[in-house]
Ligand binder design. Structure first.
Ligand SMILES: NC(=O)c1ccc[n+]([C@@H]2O[C@H](COP(=O)([O-])OP(=O)(O)OC[C@H]3O[C@@H](n4cnc5c(N)ncnc54)[C@H](O)[C@@H]3O)[C@@H](O)[C@H]2O)c1
Length: 384
């Protein structure tokens, strides 16, 4: 199989993670990287031994040698760059959220489908081995009919009014901060594990700090802090907290809470699925464990294992039993499914596994849009 020639646009926090994982992906060659901050792109290229630093995203798109684009720029650039990459005949992996609104994401999903492009979206939390295992067990009927889905996604890096990031700027983030950022991950996880669509939502969002102190020196990089004296006060309108009631297509009910002001919680993702025969629960802080709840016998904790997992999910448990995989490996697993889809396309075949493509990215945008509409109207709102 010929090596796939790849370029990464945006070399900030997640772009560097993409580069690192692509370097250990068989059959992939990173031909270059680009970032508006050229010094950052040069630094990443030097650190990882990447030969070329492009002057701009435009130069990447114009390079006919590049077959696959990884779009790791802030949200407001996703639609335009993804569109232009598809138009240039490239396969496209985009970070989430897929676009700024559902009209844009629908358009991207349609364009990709029309031209048979292989697409991917960065819903990496699906790719912990026991999350795949949970989805396979629900599909096999282990927990019976799903009744309730509950959970949260909590962080603390925007706790103080001196914390700032482009995610709080609607021109770059879109109409939501936290529901678009963390909510999109959790809703994707819930729908993937249950195999059920969210069809209706009732949402309550809050901007806890309506005024924040932005570093004068320019944009703060994700998870970075500025010194205490060089701030200017700016109004903030986007959400940093959300609580959402959910209805799933089979009538199951759910609840989801998210906050970036939850002191001590760094990346606390909790998903609990309760069914007519049993329950499954997973938490990102103990990422290798799947809690299996029984009513009449002792509960179990299943640990990821390439020997013991359901056969279809073993390929995602890539280390010997007892050797836990982490965030980087989840990203690698996600990319592995994306690049396998490209291999299959080249053989004239389609994937027989579920992975997050632009259609999945659009499904998340529809949930997000319904949540925003519900928050404004105060009423239950249908998705899509
Ligand atoms: N899948 C995940 O777990 C995950 C995690 C973090 C971020 N993300 C997503 O990834 C995207 C980037 O987030 P981040 O945290 O890496 O942000 P970041 O601010 O750390 O990095 C973004 C980079 O894009 C660059 N950029 C801006 N405009 C550009 C342009 N026109 N051309 C080229 N580069 C440009 C910036 O200079 C910056 O280096 C966001 O959409 C975010 O939602 C996903």
């Amino acid at each position: 199989m010929q090596r796939k020639k790849v370029a990464v646009i945006g070399t900030g926090y997640i772009g560097a993670v993409h580069v690192e994982q692509l370097l250990r992906m068989p059959g992939v060659e990173i031909v270059g990287v680009a970032d508006r901050n050229i010094a950052l792109a040069r630094d990443v290229a030097a650190r990882f031994g990447i030969a070329r630093v492009y002057d701009s995203a435009e130069q990447v798109l114009a390079d006919s040698a590049v077959e696959v684009i990884h779009n790791c720029t802030p949200n407001h650039l996703h639609y335009d760059l993804n569109c232009r990459a598809l138009a240039a005949g490239k396969e496209v992996f985009s970070e989430k959220p897929l676009a700024l609104n559902a009209a844009e994401s629908a358009d991207l999903a349609q364009r990709a489908a029309r031209q048979g492009a292989v697409t991917g979206v960065g819903f990496c939390y699906r790719y912990y081995p026991v999350v795949q295992e949970a989805a396979a067990r629900v599909a096999r009927g282990d927990i019976g009919t799903v009744f309730n889905v509950m959970g949260s996604y909590l962080q603390d890096w925007l706790l103080y009014d001196t914390d700032f990031n482009w995610r709080l700027n609607p021109d770059m983030a879109g109409r939501s901060n936290i529901m678009g950022d963390l909510g999109s991950h959790w809703c994707d996880l819930a729908q993937f594990v249950t195999g059920l669509k969210i069809v209706e939502v009732m949402a309550d969002l809050r901007t806890t700090h309506p005024v924040r102190k932005r570093p004068k020196s320019g944009e703060a990089l994700t998870f970075a802090k500025a010194g205490p004296s060089d701030y200017e006060e700016v109004p903030v309108k986007l959400d940093d907290y959300a609580a959402v009631l959910l209805r799933f297509e089979n009538g199951a009910r759910g609840t989801f809470t998210t906050s970036q002001l939850a002191a001590g919680r760094k990346c606390h993702i909790d998903l609990q699925v309760y069914g007519s025969k049993g329950a499954l629960a997973w938490n990102h802080e103990r990422q290798a464990e799947l809690w299996v709840g029984h009513r009449d016998t002792a509960n179990e904790v299943f640990i990821e294992s390439p020997l013991l997992q359901t056969e279809a999910t073993r390929r995602h448990a890539r280390l010997p039993s007892g050797h836990p995989m982490g965030y980087m490996d989840a990203m690698w697993n996600l990319f592995a499914d994306f690049y396998l889809a490209i291999d299959l396309k080249r053989q004239g075949k389609k994937p027989d596994y579920r992975y997050p493509d632009f259609a999945a990215g659009h499904a998340e945008m529809q949930v997000l849009e319904a949540a925003l509409a519900s928050h404004h109207s105060g009423a239950w709102t249908r998705v899509g």
